[in-house]
Design a protein around this ligand. Structure first.
Ligand SMILES: [Zn+2]
Length: 118
């Protein structure tokens, strides 16, 4: 998991850099052709911005030119008031019952799901 806050492209750049660093720790000098990421819809990360920053962050590394594939798992939330679990793709965390005592249970993930190397 990556610590997050609301922010502009610098936010995505910091994420892209930490993703690239984490991959390089494992793949070292091998050439990486594809990177797959899961970026939850409630993560606050904009996939387009992340893609752009990934290009910057991989420049001059064995990841340069690698294809970035992003999947965006849906968000899910659980309401503590009525015990209902429901899909949530925005950050307005209000249950249908009117309660705001809602906990996000999925959709905030930001993880590398697979890497292909030559
Ligand atoms: Zn509820």
């Amino acid at each position: 998991m990556v610590k997050r806050h609301r922010g502009g492209p610098m936010h995505e750049l910091a994420i892209a850099e930490s993703v690239v660093e984490a991959i390089l720790e494992r793949t070292e000098e091998r050439r990486v052709t594809t990177v797959r990421l899961a970026v939850g819809r409630l993560s606050g990360v904009v996939p387009d911005a992340l893609e752009f920053c990934f290009e910057l962050a991989t420049s001059g590394t064995p990841l340069e030119g690698a294809t970035l594939e992003i999947v965006s798992p849906s968000g899910r939330a659980h309401c503590r008031s009525c015990d209902r679990e429901f899909e949530k793709d925005d950050l307005i965390l209000l249950c249908e019952c009117g309660s705001a005592d809602v906990e996000v249970v999925a959709g905030r993930e930001l993880s590398v799901t697979s890497v292909e190397v030559v």
